[in-house]
Design a protein around this ligand. Structure first.
Ligand code: AMP
Length: 387
C-alpha cells in the first residue's frame, strides 16, 4: 500500500490545532447567543445553481462542483451567505424581521494554497436580515470588534469602504452590467484596468476623473476622509448619499465601541458581487490578509426569490483568526481544565479504577485511565510527559 497523504490544499488538524479552531468557534457561538443570533445548520453540498447565482465570477470558477450519483449538478459551499439567503427566501420567509442568524462550519474553494489561503477553511458567519438602518451595520461591526477582543487579539484595524460610493457613480453614468467586473478589478487593486473597463463601458471624462480621485482617498481620520470623498463625488447624488450613510454608521459605532481603529478607503471594493453598502475587513499588523469580511447586501434575498429584504452580515475567518492569535502569542484557552490520571495498581483494582474514573468525571474532572497495564512508576512518568 502506498503511504496516503492529504489531498493538496487539505489539512489534518492534530489535537492542539483543533483546540484552537474549536476555541474560536466556541467564542463565536457564545457571542451569537449574547447578541441574539439563532444558530442554523445548512448542508455542505448545495445545488450548483444556487451557489453560482451570485457568488461572483472568481468564486464560481473555484467551486468544487460535480454531478452526484443522481445526476444533479451540485457543489461544496464556497460561502454561507447563499445558503442563508435560500433559507430566508423559503423556509423562513414568514419569520418576523429582523432575523439574526449564525452559522459556523467548513467551506471549500479551489484556491491556490498559500499563507492563510486553504481549500478547506472555516467561517463563523453572522447575518442580520430585515433592517436597512445604520444601527444594524453598526451592530455587525461592533460584534466583530467584540469577537476579536474576546479572543485576545490586539492592535487590529478595520479597513472600511462603501460600495454605494463606486456603484452610485457608475449607475448614474448608466453603467450597470459591467459594475461587477469593475469591482473585482478594484478588489485586486488593479485601478487602471478598472478605469479602462469603465471607459469602454461609456463612462464620461468627469466620471473617470471622479473615480481616479476617489481611488486615492484613504486615511485614518474618518471625518476628514469622508469630507474629502463627499467633495469629490459632488453631482453623483447616490454616491453622496452613500457617504452620508457611512458617516452615520461610523458615528453610531464610535459612540458604542471603545476606540475603533479604522482605515477608510473610498476605492475599497470586495469581490463578492452582492455587496451594496458598507464593506469592511479587519486586519492585524502581523498579517497582510484580512481576518474577516463583512458588509451590506440589500439585493441578495430578492435574487433567491424572496421579498426585497435588506441585510448586513460578516464572515469571520476562523483559520486566519487562529493564525493571528498564534502570531500575537495569544493562548487558545485561558485556563486548562483539571486533569487526572487513574492508575490501577494490579489486576483486581481495574474495576475500582473504572468506577473511580467515572465518579471523578461526574464531579467535572478530566480523567484518563491507565489502559496499558504499565507499572505505577511508568504510568506516572508518562503522565508527567503529557503534563
Ligand atoms: P469572503 O467569504 O471571501 O468574503 O471571505 C471572508 C473571510 O473568510 C476572509 O476574510 C478570510 O478570513 C476567510 N477566507 C476566505 N477564503 C479563504 C481561504 N481560501 N482560506 C482561508 N480563509 C479564507
Amino acid at each position: 500500500m502506498p503511504a496516503f497523504r492529504t489531498v493538496r490544499g487539505m489539512r489534518d488538524f492534530l489535537p492542539k490545532d483543533t483546540e484552537r479552531i474549536r476555541h474560536v468557534e466556541q467564542v463565536s457561538r457564545e457571542l451569537a447567543q449574547l447578541y441574539g443570533y439563532g444558530e442554523v445548520i445548512t448542508p455542505v453540498v448545495e445545488s450548483y445553481d444556487l451557489l453560482a447565482a451570485k457568488s461572483g465570477e472568481e468564486i464560481r470558477e473555484r467551486m468544487y462542483a460535480f454531478k452526484d450519483l443522481g445526476g444533479r449538478k451540485v457543489a461544496l459551499r464556497p460561502e454561507f451567505t447563499a445558503s442563508v439567503a435560500r433559507l430566508v427566501a423559503t423556509k423562513m420567509r414568514n419569520e418576523p424581521k429582523p432575523m439574526r442568524l449564525f452559522c459556523v462550519g467548513s467551506l471549500y474553494r479551489y484556491d491556490e494554497p498559500q499563507y492563510g489561503r486553504f481549500r478547506e477553511f472555516w467561517q463563523a458567519n453572522y447575518e442580520l436580515i430585515g433592517s436597512d438602518k445604520p444601527e444594524a451595520d453598526a451592530e455587525i461591526i461592533m460584534l466583530t470588534n467584540d469577537l476579536l477582543t474576546r479572543l485576545g487579539l490586539r492592535k487590529y484595524r478595520f479597513k472600511i469602504g462603501h460600495m454605494g460610493i463606486l456603484r452610485g457613480i457608475l449607475s448614474q453614468e448608466g453603467i450597470d452590467e459591467e459594475q461587477n467586473s469593475i469591482m473585482q478589478l478594484l478588489d485586486k487593486k488593479r485601478w487602471e484596468e478598472a478605469l479602462t473597463v469603465a471607459r469602454e463601458s461609456g463612462a464620461s471624462q468627469n466620471c473617470l476623473t471622479t473615480l481616479r480621485k476617489v481611488f486615492e482617498i484613504r486615511g485614518e481620520d474618518a471625518s476628514d476622509i469622508l469630507k474629502k470623498v463627499e467633495k469629490s463625488v459632488q453631482g453623483y447624488e447616490r454616491a453622496v448619499a452613500a457617504v452620508e450613510n457611512l458617516r452615520e454608521i461610523l458615528q453610531l459605532t464610535e459612540e458604542n465601541v471603545v476606540k475603533l481603529e479604522v482605515m477608510i478607503e473610498a476605492g475599497f471594493a470586495r469581490g463578492l458581487e452582492y455587496y451594496t453598502g458598507i464593506i469592511f475587513e479587519p486586519y492585524v499588523p502581523e498579517i497582510e490578509i484580512a481576518l474577516s469580511g463583512g458588509g451590506r447586501y440589500d439585493k441578495l434575498i430578492e435574487l433567491f426569490g424572496g421579498e426585497p429584504t435588506p441585510a448586513v452580515g460578516v464572515a469571520q475567518g476562523v483559520d486566519r483568526i487562529v493564525l493571528a492569535m498564534k502570531k500575537q502569542r495569544v493562548p487558545s484557552k485561558v485556563a486548562k481544565e483539571r486533569r487526572v490520571v487513574v492508575i490501577p495498581v494490579n489486576e483486581e483494582s481495574k474495576e475500582k479504577a473504572l468506577q473511580l474514573s467515572s465518579k471523578l468525571r461526574t464531579a467535572g474532572l478530566s480523567v484518563e485511565m491507565e489502559v496499558m497495564e504499565r507499572t505505577v512508576s511508568k504510568a506516572l512518568s508518562d503522565a508527567d510527559r503529557r503534563k
